[in-house]
Design a protein around this ligand. Structure first.
Ligand code: PGA
Length: 261
């Protein structure tokens, strides 16, 4: 039997309070009618943490609360930062780490990404670790090498017990927000490669168990084909998660794939 899919909405720095409230409530209402096999996670900006955790904890709500970033430090004099402990105290269940936008604009290295993952794991929050290559790297045929390095220096340093509580999202940078999706074959090829790296280090059972998602211009039109690939366990959705109807269609695509298998 196929394991449940995961669909994560990464809102990035979008929506004012009223719009955020509206989007969360609409998604909540729409999903309430489903007997969902897909796990849905909403990651709004951190300032709306309470909004999303309140809704996620309501009876019958069909989604989890997530955020987009966390401090690499525990607590203390780090102005503007938000700790994993604070997130846990608000019942945040998932947190994205190492998104390419954070790597590019905020200087996040694999070393920092790993520290953040450890902070999250220590607070029982599932890190969703992003990896992926630039267009230049792909054109130069270096995409496997780049992703391997990212996985080796983060995921492969974890213990098996830690890996069990981590998810990975492969997001080719050239596909993020560009409308240019990786083909299902390209997504499958890289996700199978990532799984093979995990298998080499942790064995088959854990490799099969690990959630590996695809992200990058995933939308209502291409989700079904992407999610049908054997190694694609779901999607990390940016732009298309900002509209309730589009996001729901992506979740429906995940449900269709599960039902057909
Ligand atoms: P996109 O973003 O779906 O808008 O391409 C995905 C992401 O960056 O997580």
């Amino acid at each position: 039997m196929m394991k449940p899919k995961i669909v994560i909405g990464n809102w990035k720095m979008n929506k004012d309070f009223e719009e955020a409230e509206d989007l969360i409530s609409t998604i909540e209402d729409e999903l309430a009618d489903f007997q969902l096999q897909t796990e849905v996670v909403l990651c709004p900006p951190a300032i709306y943490a309470e909004l999303v955790t309140d809704h996620a904890s309501e009876e019958g709500s069909n989604f989890y609360a997530g955020l987009q970033n966390v401090s690499e430090y525990e607590n203390g004099a780090y102005t503007g930062e938000i700790s994993a402990e604070m997130q846990a105290s608000m019942d945040v269940s998932f947190c994205i780490v190492g998104h390419s936008e954070r790597r590019k604009y905020f200087g996040e290295t694999d070393e920092i990404v790993l520290k953040k993952m450890h902070r999250l794991l220590a607070n029982d929050i599932v890190p969703v670790m992003c990896c992926g290559e630039t267009l230049e790297e792909r054109k130069a045929g270096k995409h496997f090498e780049i992703v391997e390095k990212q996985i080796e220096s983060t995921i492969c340093t974890l213990t098996p017990e830690e890996l069990e509580r981590v998810m990975i999202a492969y997001e080719p940078i050239w596909a993020i927000g560009t409308g240019e999706t990786a083909t299902p074959e390209q997504a499958q090829e890289m996700l199978a490669f990532i799984r093979s790296l995990i298998e080499k280090k942790f064995g088959t059972q854990l490799a099969v168990f690990t959630y590996i998602l695809y992200g990058g211009s995933c939308n209502a039109k291409n989700a079904l084909e992407l999610f049908s690939q054997p190694d694609v366990d779901g999607g990390l959705i940016g732009g298309a998660s900002l509209k309730a109807d589009e996001f729901i269609k992506i979740i429906e695509a995940a449900e269709t794939v599960i039902k057909d298998n």
